[in-house]
Design a binder for this molecule. Sequence first.
Ligand SMILES: [Zn+2]
Length: 456
Amino acid sequence: MANYYRQAAGETAISCERIDSVEKVLQGGTIVDPSQRLHGRYDLLIRDGLVAEIAEKISARGRKPVDVSGLVLTPGLIDLHTHLREPGEEHKETVLTACAAAVAGGYTAVTAMPNTNPVTDDAGKVRHIKRLAAKAGLARVFPVGAVTKGLQGRELSGIAAMVSEGACAVTDDGRGVQDSGLLRQALQVCARCDIPLLEHCEDETLAGCGQVHEGEIAEKLGLPGIPASSETVMVARDALLSAETGAHVHFMHVSSASSVEIIRLAKKYQLNVTAEATPHHLLLSEAAADGYNTAAKMKPPLRSEADRQALVQALAENIIDVVATDHAPHAEVEKEQDFTAAPFGVVGLETAFPLLYTYLVRPGIITLDRLVAKMSCRPAEILKLPYGTLAPGSPADIAAFNLQEERTIDSNFFCSKGKNTPFHGWKVYGFPVMTIVGGRVVMRDGVINYGEGLEQ
Ligand SMILES: [Zn+2]
């Protein structure tokens, strides 16, 4: 079995997959691929790391048969919002452990947020992330550059140079760009480079030192609140600046009903905006932080039940384009501190699909096809990546899920170093059972295939 590295022409991605030269036929699965409006029982042939054919029956003669009967196969999930923590905070996560968590969760591609140490704010640092990802050799990693040097919000970073090195977008995530004039300049560069600016919408003068949503729980716990307006004023400002510059603004982790209404209006006027919501904002409200539960402390904070319902409605109506995890691992000792000292953030890669399948698809709130579109096809479109599809000729990046079996989420078994989830103990269907990247099986039944000769 010959393995080799492959670099597809014109790809901004890192092609770190090792390709299995043996042709494989995935037999007996149900393929759900919204990019081709495909939903049915088909076999799938993989050749040279690409999807070669999808048909009702494909012969396994001279090929390796892989039994996927009873499973649902989708294009591999793509996460628009992942904190890999390396370089600089390897005690929380490394590129390798994050990639293992990704493929354990059915993700074949993740982004690398730039709020590391050092910050990814020049071409050399983008190159460094790509090197780390190639060494990990599991999921594809797409670096996202910082909008401003050091995330300081004062001076633009070299956006064009980072893009030519492979950055697929820019963001100051962890912070919003506070200076409107600077943001307008950044958007002009983004429009020229044809990349989206991913905005963490938070006006720091309104958010202050808030710890949870400004509402019932903040009052009950005596904690400073973060008003919904801290998000919504920035959504409104950015929508206006997108209209003026034509640049694509992608709103990250939208959390409030008022922000949804601004995005709805922006879309009505056909502005170049897209939006994401996280599994935690879709499934939990501020009540989860009751009892000073640091596992439910993140930014933006979990908001009211009415906000949560507005987000779910917006997801069903396509006002929210994608679901992204905002996977933000922290060490247990950090999250065990007092509520105000504990850092913001929760992990998400290993639980996103089963949670949303169980609590949004099974009750009939959205269809399975729409969920797959929001977790794979749309993220690929937003970043202009040749993934998120199983169309013949596409890279064979595939996730397989078991929708029948019920399991209990147990953070002790996460591949991620971060165990900080508010969903520990939840019962879910739809666990990923196989993940294929570039034709190579990188995860099967929860076991990660690190491959020969790759660092572990
Ligand atoms: Zn953020």
